[in-house]
Ligand binder design. Structure first.
Ligand code: ATP
Length: 301
């Protein structure tokens, strides 16, 4: 069997306090510092006094240049990394005070590559976190996994397929079904449409939207893909200069004057998406405005 996928760590029994009211903070990050040692001596400060609030029911998209610490922040919210300083509260409880299982019970995580067990078939991949709890008899676990399999648009006949036989879009769907098997209130998505062709990407975005709406989830997503960002985001938080420089609806973010934002949104693709969404075009950025670490434009920019 493959090395244990990280998703195991974020899908265990659900316990803990109830949900906040809609629109109230579900995640609160305050005064966060992330510091890593550098090979050869010294250290790098990735986050410096970073604050972030995620409200219940929203889709919060995190964007930022390469190395600005998006993945580190996701892992800290999941309880997989410990910050050097600061507090992270998820569903009213400090992540630092939760067991790994306790933190995991609140969050479903879709990793970029899907992270399926290659030796398990589709149904066993989906069922794995629930089966591990030992809380339900095998028949009910199987039934729950079949419900999630169909929820993500797969067919009953896909249940016995092996990961190696799946398309990229199907792998994402299986990984999503597994992330949802414990019915978590919070779903984290790391580059959910990366590696998908445009049609599969559109279909997966449609699925994410319906799952978000139907299950009343709160979603935190990291993406470089502007179609995905525009289609799903309630708000966009921009990581730059070691902290969140703005956390606001996309229109406000577009109006925020920062080199990274100008570069990220104002390529051809960003401008087309703005036209599609009837968002007024900001003025064209200067050619030498590209900030260090800005990500490569996505989808034919
Ligand atoms: N365990 C670690 N030890 C040392 N440095 C680390 C560790 N984890 C992350 N870093 C550093 O923290 C910085 C932020 O990394 P992170 O992967 O969060 O960036 P990112 O914003 O997700 O980038 P990308 O968009 O390229 O994926 C990088 O400089 C990375 O090398």
């Amino acid at each position: 069997m493959n090395a244990l996928p990280e998703s195991q760590a974020v899908a265990t029994p659900k316990t803990g306090p109830g949900l906040p009211a809609a629109g109230q903070p579900l995640i609160e990050v305050k005064g966060l510092w992330s510091v890593f040692p550098v090979v050869g001596g010294g250290e790098v400060v990735v986050h410096k006094d970073l604050d972030l609030t995620v409200l219940r029911g929203e889709v919060l998209t995190l964007v930022g240049g390469s190395g600005t610490g998006k993945t580190v922040l996701l892992r800290q919210i999941l309880g997989l990394n410990t910050p050097a300083k600061g507090t992270i509260t998820v569903l009213g409880q400090p992540v630092s005070q939760l067991t790994r299982e306790g933190a995991a019970a609140r969050v479903g995580m879709l990793f970029q590559q899907g992270a399926l067990f290659s030796a398990f078939n589709v149904l066993d991949n989906i069922a794995f976190p629930l089966r591990e709890t030992g809380a339900l008899p095998p028949e009910l676990v199987r039934e729950a996994a079949m419900i999630k399999l169909e929820m993500v648009g797969l067919k009953p006949g896909d249940a016995t397929k092996m990961p190696a036989d799946l398309s990229g879009g199907m792998i994402k769907r299986v990984a999503l079904a597994r992330a949802l098997i414990m019915d978590p209130p919070l779903l984290m998505l790391d580059e959910p449409t990366a590696g998908l062709d445009p049609d599969s990407s559109d279909a997966f975005v449609t699925l994410l939207r319906s799952v978000h709406e139907e299950l009343g989830l709160t979603v935190v997503m990291v993406t470089h893909d502007l179609d995905t960002l525009f289609a799903l985001s309630s708000r966009v938080a921009v990581l730059a200069d070691q902290h969140v420089i703005i956390n606001a609806p996309v229109k406000e973010v577009l109006a925020f004057d920062h080199p990274f934002i100008r570069h990220f949104f104002l390529g051809d693709r960003g401008l087309r998406a703005m036209e599609d969404l009837h968002i007024q075009r900001p003025s064209t950025p200067a050619a030498d405005d590209t900030p260090a670490g800005a990500p490569a434009p996505q989808k034919g920019q």
